[in-house]
Write a protein that binds this ligand. Structure first.
Ligand SMILES: *Cc1c(COP(=O)(O)O)cnc(C)c1O
Length: 952
């Protein structure tokens, strides 16, 4: 793959990233029956969209990428970018606080591939470790908020607030369409609420809710505790008044403050939302960190996102899995009320473990220390005659400095401290875990004040009397040894990329290289407040600009926003842009969104969120969009047609040959084309959606561009547009360089601190490397399709019998003939040491396999061997040798405990169960639990840590 003339003996990064070496690539090509990767591309992709290489051999759009750097060169460049940033003392607050990440958590979670390379826990039997960690997260949230059910997790505080709004709207079934929002909430939260409310027809009335609910009919109210100004308000009366008038109340609550002050649930609030950032997760220039959403149990089934629950396995032992999965957006489609898919799992795990490591008393002590520092600042200010506006605060002190706010800000900056200028007369200062006495003295000096001898005269704030985090999970792991072992024990239960390929179709589980990950924990990137002055972050801004230019080139678009912090949010932002474009041109009746039946569930959910009406376009028997149906629907809705959302290559894993024609039909009717770019791993360097008909696309940097899945997040879902949509890209009220049009994430650049991963990937691959990766990914998928087709028919192929980067294996005939289901095969793969492919998406009864370019031929062959051996097992069920309800497939996965028993009463041997291809096949991974009964868990919903006795 590499340029051999440069350094014949030292492999370049591209050779480390791409699994198959040149000899293996030859094997792939021979099996497929083509003579070169380029011939494969020419056969698989429609000629009309395949970009020819330029005269000097570069793919169009990639000319401006610098030549591939080595790992050490790329890291040196990142180091230089980092060094140009300034790590200030951040006292800005506004939802982002410095935090002291315990090194044991940084090293063993954030920097540990066993945690960060894991996939979303859809196969719960081999995901018990992270499911337990997420259950701990949910318990932290419910205990600290005083509510009963919490999910795991939300994308950030602002979007959690928006979900709280729509949840209350659904739950209050009355006609009220108005939400009351307190004036003292964060500006970014207010901006996201406004963006979300508008297309749904929700009206927002902003008022000082200390005066009570304004006149009128409301379905809900949103307040914050503490408020954006630092003020602590007792909202009990408001809650009572709201309930009397049939409205619900959601409280944005700081979880550290909630260790000291009465939590939302105890004043009767129905919903709590917020972030867990300050529980050990660096600010990261805005993200990623885990937002949270908690509700009273009567609203549990309204909760969006993923909810971890407790159930039982085949032996009746407790086991964790995702609960209420039928509510998930991929099933609800256009009835969906939220589009959240990828969440913030890795960061939720960090926050949960931070709580376990500190325990309830540790958290209380940290909170008390933070509060004491804030009191010390208030006392010093008061002593110097500076007015402290609110006398009940937790960590943030609001000072009135008439006409002097800018002067104070500058004086603090001179001392290396960033404070928050609320307006020309007010400055606020937020304390956190990292605030020291020296910082208190320095910030006081910026006001011309000095530390006072006595305490601040304001009242005590501590009024929480209830206990929290009493479960042993929050007391057992208080030493580093025990925490290290706990994290190892949990990780050992899971199959992540550090143990096996994860052949998940549509999810591109490729290598997340160590060199790509290295920079994200550097403090110059990690300890940046998203609203810090731009002069603090020239390196990050340079990195963002590089990425914007590289990614627009790769996709053929004109502009891109990195704000969306998941693919779903990119879709939502892209559809908002389309709607704004139509409306601004006076074309206001366009509300129909055409979506092929094969689409990812987030597509329809996003369309519903921008108020579009979803019209489903049929697929032909070969999986392609049915052009006749498309033309009919375009004609039927012509002047109401807003957009078509089409995934390319399709979620069926093929390059549809009609894509250009499809786009043209939509454009001719005045519609816009949204190309879902989650499958860009099949396009980079070969074709550009912005050039073959797309007006807008989102990309998933956590798929194609190497950001790890983290067990279900973080993600980055940039939205890229042609020039005519550029004015409608996401903006932010607190970023001067962005518009203030739509705000989709709480931070201007979303999950900025993980952008170095994608930067490093592109920087180290270079134009030729990126193109090679795509070609090998396609070759590997086609190789698997050829090897497995005779055992499991490949459902869809393109014109020359080729698939794209993934293939769908059809088990429906097998199931009909033998009774063996996709579930059986998926669980049996765990016995063979593999993670299952995507199950029953986009077609029920099938498995979708995506090997990516990173898997070696040996690993791909082992997977194929396992699948072929499983087919032989299926045949034994089919022939009656094994009964359909007692065979190694139905019994899978097999735990060691279930085999190490004296009486074995099954028609297959224990060795067949555990070592179906012999002991030398590959390292044995023992599943910790047997098959989990999902329905039982849904009937008996338990979403926080179960009592220890349950495991006796
Ligand atoms: C993964 C995926 C999405 C959603 O992305 P998230 O980051 O999970 O929100 C949308 N469309 C397709 C085709 C995908 O594969």
């Amino acid at each position: 793959m590499s340029d051999k003339s440069q350094s014949p003996s030292v492999p370049q990064f591209v050779d480390r990233h791409i699994g198959p070496d040149p000899a293996a690539v030859d094997t792939l090509l021979n099996t497929i029956g083509v003579s070169s990767l380029d011939e494969l591309a020419a056969k698989a992709l429609p000629a009309g969209i395949l970009d020819p290489l330029s005269a000097d051999g570069v793919a169009p759009g990639l000319e401006h990428l610098p030549p591939a750097a080595s790992e050490h060169e790329a890291l040196a460049e990142l180091r230089a970018l980092a060094d140009s940033n300034t790590v200030a003392v951040s006292m800005i607050g506004q939802g982002y606080y410095d935090t002291l990440t315990p090194p044991v958590l940084r090293r063993n979670i954030l920097e540990n591939p066993a945690w960060y390379t894991a996939y979303t826990p859809y196969q719960p039997e081999i995901s018990q470790g992270r499911l337990e960690a997420l259950l701990n997260f949910q318990t932290v949230v419910t205990d600290l908020t005083g509510l009963e059910v919490a999910n795991a997790s939300m994308l950030d505080e602002g979007t959690a607030a928006a979900e709280a709004m729509t949840l209350m709207h659904r739950a209050v079934r009355g006609p009220a369409n108005t939400l009351a929002v307190d004036i003292d909430i964060y500006p970014q939260t207010a901006a996201i609420l406004a963006t979300r409310a508008e297309p749904l027809g929700i009206e927002i009335v902003t008022a000082d809710l200390r005066d009570g609910l304004p006149d009128g009919e409301f379905f809900g109210a949103i307040v914050q505790s503490p408020g954006a100004s630092g003020r602590i308000t007792d909202w009990t009366a408001l809650v009572g008044q709201a309930h009397e008038r049939g409205a619900l109340v959601a409280v944005g609550a700081d979880l550290l403050a909630a260790t000291l002050i009465t939590p939302p649930g105890e004043i009767g609030a129905d919903v709590a939302f917020g972030t867990t950032q300050r529980f050990g997760v660096p600010m990261g220039f805005g993200g990623p960190h885990a937002g949270y959403l908690a509700v009273h149990s009567k609203h549990a089934r309204q909760l969006p996102g993923r909810l971890v629950g407790v159930s039982v396995d085949a032996d009746g032992s407790p086991a964790y899995r995702l609960a209420l999965q039928t509510r998930e957006q991929h099933i609800r489609r256009d009835k969906a009320t939220s589009n959240i898919c990828t969440a913030q799992v890795l960061l939720a795990v960090m926050a949960a473990m931070y709580a376990s490591y500190h325990g309830p008393d540790g958290l209380r002590a940290i909170a008390q220390r933070v509060h004491d520092k804030a009191r010390a600042i208030a006392a010093g200010l008061a002593g110097a005659g500076v007015e402290v506006v609110h006398d009940r605060f937790f960590d943030t002190v609001l000072a009135r400095v008439p006409g002097r706010a800018e002067q104070v800000r500058a004086a603090a900056k001179e001392r290396g401290i960033n404070v928050w200028v609320a307006d020309v007369d007010h400055v606020s200062v937020a304390c956190d875990e990292a605030t020291t006495d020296a910082i208190v003295a320095d910030v006081l000096a910026a006001f011309g004040a000095t530390p006072a001898a006595g305490d601040f005269a304001g009242p005590a704030i501590q009024n929480r009397t209830s206990e929290f985090l009493t479960h042993p999970a929050f007391s057992k792991y208080r030493t580093e040894t025990s925490m290290m072992r706990y994290l190892r024990a949990l990780a050992d239960k899971d199959i992540a990329l550090d143990r096996s390929m994860i052949p998940l179709g549509s999810c591109t589980m490729k290598l997340n290289a160590a060199a790509e990950m290295e920079a994200i924990t550097w403090s110059e990137f990690a300890r940046q407040h998203p609203f810090a002055p731009a002069s603090d972050t020239p390196g990050l801004r340079r990195l963002i600009a590089d990425l914007q230019s590289w990614l627009t080139g790769i996709t053929g678009y004109d502009e891109i926003s990195l704000q969306p912090n998941a693919g779903s949010q990119g879709e939502y932002a892209g559809l908002l842009a389309i709607q704004a474009y139509h409306n601004e041109r006076g074309d206001t009746g366009r509300t129909v969104c055409l979506i092929p039946s094969s689409a990812h569930g987030t597509n329809a959910a996003s369309a519903a969120m921008v108020g579009m009406k979803v019209v489903v376009v049929a697929c032909r028997a070969n999986g392609d969009v049915d052009l006749d149906d498309l033309r009919a629907k375009v004609a039927e809705h012509a002047d109401r047609l807003s957009a078509l959302m089409i995934t390319y290559p399709s979620t069926h894993g093929v390059y549809e040959h009609d894509v250009a024609e499809i786009c043209a039909a939509v454009h001719d009717a005045g519609g816009q084309v949204y190309v879902d770019g989650a499958n860009l791993n099949a396009l980079v360097g070969l074709a550009r959606p912005g050039r073959f008909g797309g007006d807008v696309s989102h990309l998933n940097l956590h798929k194609t561009f190497c950001i790890p899945h983290g067990g279900g997040g973080p993600g980055v879902g940039p939205v890229a547009v042609r020039a005519h949509l550029a004015p409608y890209l996401p903006g932010h009220p607190l970023a001067a360089e962005l518009s203030d049009r739509h705000t989709v994430s709480a931070a201007p650049y979303g999950s900025a601190s993980i952008l170095p991963i994608t930067w490093a990937y592109i920087r180290m691959m270079g134009a030729a490397g990126l193109r090679s990766a795509t070609l090998v990914a396609i070759a590997s998928a086609n190789y698997i399709a050829r090897r497995l087709d005779e055992y499991y028919p490949v459902l869809y192929t393109g014109e020359n019998g080729m698939v794209a980067h993934e293939c769908i294996l059809d088990l429906r005939g097998i199931t009909k003939a033998t009774g063996v289901t996709v579930d059986d095969v998926a669980k049996r793969l765990a016995d063979y040491g593999f993670h299952a492919p995507t199950m029953s998406f986009p077609v029920a009864g099938t498995l979708m396999v995506e090997p990516t370019e990173s898997e070696s031929l040996a690993e791909i062959d082992a997977f194929c061997d396992a699948m072929i051996a499983i087919r032989a097992e299926i045949d034994k069920v089919g022939s009656g040798e094994w009964p359909v309800d007692d065979n190694p497939l139905r019994g899978a996965p097999h735990t060691a405990e279930s085999l190490l028993i004296d009486e074995w009463a099954h028609p297959y041997t224990r060795e067949q169960a555990a070592y179906p291809l012999g002991k030398g096949f590959r390292p044995k991974v023992w599943p910790p639990v047997r098959r989990i009964d999902g329905a039982y868990g849904d009937r008996n919903l338990v979403c926080s840590c179960p009592p220890v006795e349950a495991f006796a």
